[in-house]
Design a protein around this ligand. Structure first.
Ligand code: HEM
Ligand code: HEM
Length: 232
């Protein structure tokens, strides 16, 4: 006799490993680093803020390369789609259930992912050239002119608000899926596994080696370290 768990699985379909470990670790490390960056800026602990921001920079650089050479569902080419695919997804998602199922990011979520990554990259990059005009300078401030520092400092303060809005939208979308669509996206981002609706068929997405992810992470950290050292 099938156990309750197996029976549920048979009713709903096969479990597939959709998110690899590097992508999941990236996500939750990013959440922690961005949260520390925001809270430390709020409380004026700028030494911690800069460390957290540099960590965000390393993580985003890693993710951009992993988006090209990483596992199937992590690749931009796999999930970034044009307006037609987005319209088509919106139609299917109104029907709900298996019609709306995607292995990785859906085409609308993909827009959010790419925008978040780009905004975090610009935010962390501009932070390196940001000064509070009193005590604290980002590590690359000595390399830039006063006008560039003023411009990038303003950008850094302005874009922070955009990032708050975007994170709010992102988390709201995840909870909309959970509470309205009854589609839990959080569990797969923790366990890596999604249940494939019973009537759909799909092969398990191809996974890239974790050692490659480690090498990319080390190279990203090395690059940021070298750039910071360049400023002395
Ligand atoms: C600082 C706050 C956050 C940032 C910057 C952030 C950023 C991101 C990014 C960049 C991705 C794409 C992942 C990838 O493909 O590598 C993503 C996906 C995701 N995030 Fe977040 N996230 C944040 C907070 C959260 C929170 C609090 C939750 C849960 C409540 C969450 C749940 C998810 C889920 C479920 C996905 C996958 C969505 C899907 O299946 O398409 N995120 N997030
Ligand atoms: C994605 C990562 C980052 C986020 C979300 C972020 C966010 C913020 C926020 C919200 C503020 C306060 C703005 C205000 O007072 O209105 C701030 C200020 C600041 N940030 Fe960042 N930041 C990030 C990365 C960095 C990095 C990498 C550095 C430098 C290594 C940096 C250096 C600074 C400095 C020096 C200030 C003080 C500016 C002032 O008080 O006028 N930030 N940041």
């Amino acid at each position: 006799m099938a156990s309750g768990h197996t029976a549920t699985r048979e009713k709903h379909g096969r479990e597939l490993r959709v998110w690899d470990l590097p992508t999941r670790l990236f996500h939750w490390a990013l959440v922690a680093a961005v949260a520390v960056a925001i809270l430390s800026a709020e409380f004026g602990v700028l030494a911690v803020h800069m460390l957290a921001g540099e960590t965000v920079l390393i993580l985003v650089l890693f993710r951009m390369v992993w988006g090209v050479v990483g596992s199937q569902t992590a690749r931009f080419a796999d999930f970034v789609k044009g307006p037609r695919a987005i319209r088509d997804y919106l139609k299917r998602s109104r029907a709900g259930g298996e019609a709306a199922f995607t292995l990785g990011h859906n085409p609308l979520g993909a827009l959010m992912v790419v925008t978040l990554l780009l905004m975090l990259l610009v935010q962390a990059g501009s932070g390196l050239f940001t000064s509070d005009d009193i005590l604290i300078d980002g590590p690359l401030v000595p390399l830039a002119s006063g006008a560039t520092v003023a411009l990038l400092s303003s950008l850094h303060r302005l874009l922070a608000n955009g990032i708050f809005v975007l994170i709010g939208l992102h988390v709201a979308a995840v909870f909309f899926h959970l509470l309205v669509r009854k589609d839990n996206l959080i569990r797969p981002m923790v366990t890596g596994r999604k249940i494939l609706p019973a009537r759909l068929s799909a092969a398990e997405p191809r996974r890239a080696p974790a050692a490659l992810a480690l090498a990319i992470l080390a190279a990203s950290a090395g690059l940021v370290f070298l750039v910071l050292r360049a400023a002395g």
